[in-house]
Design a protein. Structure first.
Lengths: 274, 297
């Protein structure tokens, strides 16, 4: 009886994984299949020849390298800035008891309820006035602002978990608050910083609405906007689109694989502890 | 800790939050105030300086618009179906990964992976899989005789929303998995052992121990998912742009179309404000009704 159950469970796991993974499989398969073989019945489940031709076409015929560079720049700068801001802010609300702490915490929560589609309207006008529309600088500022609240929330959870006693000795020795944070607490919180930074970067890499609304020049597009420009074209060349999609996903998937553990602990810490 | 020995107020906690506070106020809070103000004007996209104050006209126009009912219906179906299916799938996959078996770590990674796929990539994959005639899903369903091979999901008024929801839950269920799994792991093992001694079946254990043990996590997760679905833009926009004939135009899509396609900035701001107010009210009421009680216990 137990044996049968084990076998059934094994099959269940295999089937669930197969369904969950199938879209990825189909993405990779389509990106490798030769152009002509895409529109066949039945569809081809394995690529046979011309393996990388779609990739070569895609890389040669689109500014994909510029798009990757833009995303990397915007996401990288925004991630570094917002993580530094969040470290300072989260440390403050985790350790100090000051007037304005509760309002500040509420403000963080409030920003999570702001619909992006409402935000994009006034920011569009503000950026027109500041001449920040159609610039990567504007996008970077916006991404920093969008990721700061999440970083604050993440890192507060991590700082809360570190016993305050560890800081006492340094305080008695006359270390400044910033000194304590940088020399004592932060080194213990490296997993939290990694989780926060990874999470922020994933958000910026995924962001579409602001980049799509603010950036008009093709050269300044981010990867997601660049890739989306192929959706809905009549002569949809799915092989090339799929190779673009693989190239867009790869950096973020690798990052995720590396830091999965930290990311998961950061995400669940806040919601389970409440 | 907040006061120095001299008795003066210590400003360092404020200095620490200053950078975050400044950027949040400047680019999140101030814009919302500006949006509220815009929502009371007839601002148009290409002639912003000519805007005139028109009170609550935009709101009145939106609530009496013929498409209002359709927008509410589209939003409700997307949110209700999306949240409940995401939750069920998250619960199902979490209970699989919660069991000890060989290769569990690998299975978990496979199951979480859809979560990091950029939304644009997600839409591209599903649009291709669901495409008429050459889509692989059409191939499978055609082979078992359910649909004609040239069935077109996204231009079918009845099935366009189904396709969008399908793509959405594939991206979102890993979040449910992670949070519910963490919740499951915080349930004391002794409860299950005691139940086994009393001869409880697996089903009984699931419904009498696991589900009640997940109450708090579930409440938080449902709130997170509802706000996320309610505000989601990119998946629906890239799948259908609200079509066919506005049937999948949720509040967010309708806001974007009004603002950037029909150039009615003031009107768009007022619809966006309605989204914001609903999210806020929902969160507050939900918190009072469900979350607060659980935190006290």
């Amino acid at each position: 009886m137990k044996g049968i159950r084990k076998v059934l469970f094994f099959f269940l796991v295999v089937i669930v994984c197969a369904i969950a993974f199938f879209p990825f499989y189909w993405l990779i398969n389509t990106s490798l299949i030769e152009e002509k073989q895409l529109f066949q019945y039945p569809p081809r489940f394995f690529p046979s020849k011309g393996l990388l031709s779609s990739y070569i076409h895609y890389v040669l015929s689109t500014p994909i390298s510029a798009w990757l560079r833009n995303s990397l720049f915007v996401g990288g700068v925004a991630t570094v800035a917002s993580t530094i801001f969040a470290i300072l802010g989260a440390y403050s609300i985790s350790r100090f008891n000051f007037k304005g702490r509760t309002p500040f915490t509420f403000l963080i929560l409030l920003t999570q309820m702001l619909p992006a589609v409402l935000l994009v309207i006034p920011v569009y006008i503000i950026f027109l006035t500041l001449r920040l529309n159609n610039t990567l600088a504007g996008l970077t500022i916006m991404y920093t602002a969008m990721t700061v609240p999440i970083g604050l929330w993440f890192l507060k959870g991590f700082f809360d978990a570190i016993p305050i006693e560890l800081e006492e000795a340094a305080r008695i020795d006359g270390c400044s608050k910033l000194g304590i944070l940088l020399r004592v607490t932060l080194p213990l919180c490296v997993p939290g910083v990694i989780a926060t930074a990874t999470w922020s970067f994933i958000i910026t890499w995924d962001e579409f609405l602001f980049a799509y609304t603010f950036i008009n020049s093709e050269k300044l597009w981010t990867v997601s906007v660049g890739l989306s420009s192929f959706i809905g074209q009549y002569s949809a060349d799915w092989g090339q689109i799929m190779s673009g999609a693989v190239l867009t996903t790869l950096p973020i998937a690798i990052l995720f694989m590396f830091f999965q553990r930290y990311l998961v602990s950061g995400l669940t810490a806040g919601s389970v502890k409440g | 800790m907040t006061k120095l020995r001299t008795g003066k107020i210590d400003i360092s906690p404020y200095l620490f939050i200053l950078p975050s506070l400044l950027i949040m106020v400047a680019f999140l809070i101030f814009p919302i105030a500006r949006a509220l103000q815009l929502s009371l004007t007839d601002t148009r996209l290409l002639e912003i300086s000519k805007a005139k104050f028109n009170g609550f006209d935009n709101y009145r126009a939106f609530f009496s618009d013929s498409s209002f009912g359709r927008v509410v219906l589209a939003t409700l179906s997307y949110v209700v179906a999306g949240v409940s299916l995401t939750y069920i799938l998250g619960l199902f996959t979490a209970s699989i990964v919660n069991k000890p078996f060989w290769g569990k770590g690998f299975v978990r990674t496979i199951l979480i992976l859809p979560w990091v796929v950029p939304s644009v990539v997600l839409v591209i994959i599903w649009k291709w899989m669901l495409s008429s005639r050459y889509g692989v899903i059409n191939f499978f369903l055609h082979e078992i005789g359910l649909i004609p091979i040239d069935f077109s999901w996204l231009s079918n008024p009845r099935f366009a929303m189904c396709a969008i929801i399908l793509a959405t839950i594939w991206k979102q269920y890993p979040l449910g998995l992670l949070i519910l799994l963490a919740g499951m792991q915080s349930i004391p093992k002794e409860l299950y052992e005691a139940a086994s001694v009393d001869g409880a079946t697996a089903f009984q254990k699931f419904f009498l121990i696991t589900i009640p043990g997940l109450r708090y996590v579930t409440t938080v997760l449902i709130l997170l998912l509802t706000i996320w679905h309610f505000g989601n833009f990119v998946i629906i926009w890239l799948m259908t742009r609200g079509g066919p004939s506005d049937i999948t135009a949720t509040f967010t899509i309708f806001t974007y179309l009004t603002t950037f396609k029909f150039h009615k900035l003031g009107m768009g701001a007022s619809i966006g404000t309605v989204i914001f107010i609903i999210s806020l009210l929902f969160t507050v009421i939900y918190y009072i009704l469900f979350v607060r009680k659980l935190v006290r216990v």
